[in-house]
Design a protein around this ligand. Structure first.
Ligand SMILES: [Cu+2]
Length: 343
């Protein structure tokens, strides 16, 4: 549980070296596939004055098996300390975005989404709790609206090839934090839809293009303000990502490293106060973690016919390293499919 700092160095270095490559060198002409970052990256580009863009992303993230620190732990080991162990979780997300160029330098972007989550569990014995009596295994499901972000993206620097974009955003608590299970109990933190707080979203993106190549990087944070009406604050999140893309006509393929770290919950949901917990996700002190993912992606832009101007993109990623204040479910893969249209 506490081998965190040594490991964080490795994770951060992986993240930094990726960004190091990116920091070497934009293109105002968005009309190339890699004029936008890989689809898993948001708030990476601005628009010209008066230009609109709408987007849709489908995201799928799968977690399977538990991890404590950087080591795998078996379900049996989790059940030594808890009556219930999560075994897997899937999250499917539908994300909608709109962007508008207020001026050539300033773009506003609004994003919201809907998520569908499922978590499978196994019980230590089938007597307790009531949900366990059906063979010792059960599935919890929740779905709903996610938090909504409003962002101002400002082009701080551009020489036509290189661009630095600053982001100032706020996340609005449109996602619920008081969803309940069929038995009336409150869902644990990872099964809630939102943060319940207004969160600041500062960030900076860099992008550089050459004839056939482009590369970029982005750093951003989610800083929680105050406490939600369930008496807690989700941990802040920090993200550092860097990518390289190769343009082949109207297609680009990309490789990306994505480092993320998130802190523990501050406070506790008033119905999850402890001191003992039936399952790890209910413990506010077992929420933090960090992960570095490697992702491969492709962007395509249509330049002719009825679909002219439409963009399609995919990205698939696997974790290279992951360290959790566990035991917690580990992430096994993530997938994003997206569509974008500017007009
Ligand atoms: Cu856009």
């Amino acid at each position: 549980m506490k081998s965190f700092h040594l490991f964080s160095g490795i994770c951060v270095m992986l993240g930094l070296s990726a960004n190091g490559i990116a920091l070497a060198h934009d293109d105002k002409t968005m009309a190339r596939p890699d004029g936008h970052a890989p689809i898993g990256v948001m708030r990476d580009h601005g628009h010209k004055a008066g230009e609109f863009m709408v987007s849709y992303r489908y995201g799928d993230m799968n977690m399977d098996g538990n991890r404590d620190g950087s080591s795998r732990v078996s379900t049996a080991e989790v059940l030594e300390d808890y009556r219930v162990a999560p075994t897997s979780m899937s999250m499917k997300m539908h994300m909608l975005g709109a962007m508008y160029g207020v001026s050539d330098k300033l773009t506003v972007a609004v994003m919201t989404g809907f998520a569908d989550m499922e978590m499978d569990h196994i019980c230590r014995n089938t007597m307790m709790p009531a949900a366990c009596q059906n063979g010792g295994a059960f599935t919890m499901k929740n779905d709903g609206m996610k938090d909504t972000s409003v962002n101002a993206l400002y082009e701080y620097f551009s020489d036509g090839k290189r661009t630095v974009l600053l982001n100032a955003g706020i996340s609005l608590p449109t996602g619920s934090v008081d969803d309940r299970k069929p038995n009336g109990g409150i869902f644990a933190y990872p099964m809630q839809m939102g943060s319940g707080t207004y969160d600041l979203l500062p960030g900076i993106s860099y992008r550089s293009v050459s004839d056939d190549w482009s590369w970029g990087g982005q750093a951003n944070m989610t800083l929680r303000l105050g406490e939600n009406d369930r008496d807690y604050t989700l941990g802040n999140r920090y993200q550092l990502t860097g990518w390289v893309a190769r343009k082949i006509d109207m297609l680009s393929v990309s490789l990306r490293l994505d480092g993320q770290a998130w802190e523990n919950v501050d406070g506790t949901d008033r119905d999850l106060a402890g001191p003992t917990f039936m399952a790890p996700p209910m413990d506010a002190n077992l929420q933090a973690g960090e992960r570095v993912d490697a992702l491969i992606g492709a962007n395509y832009i249509f330049t002719h016919g009825a679909l002219k101007g439409h963009r399609l993109a995919v990205e698939y990623g696997l974790p290279l390293c992951e360290n959790l204040d566990g035991p917690r479910l580990e992430t096994d893969n993530r997938f994003t499919l997206g569509w974008q249209l500017a007009f």
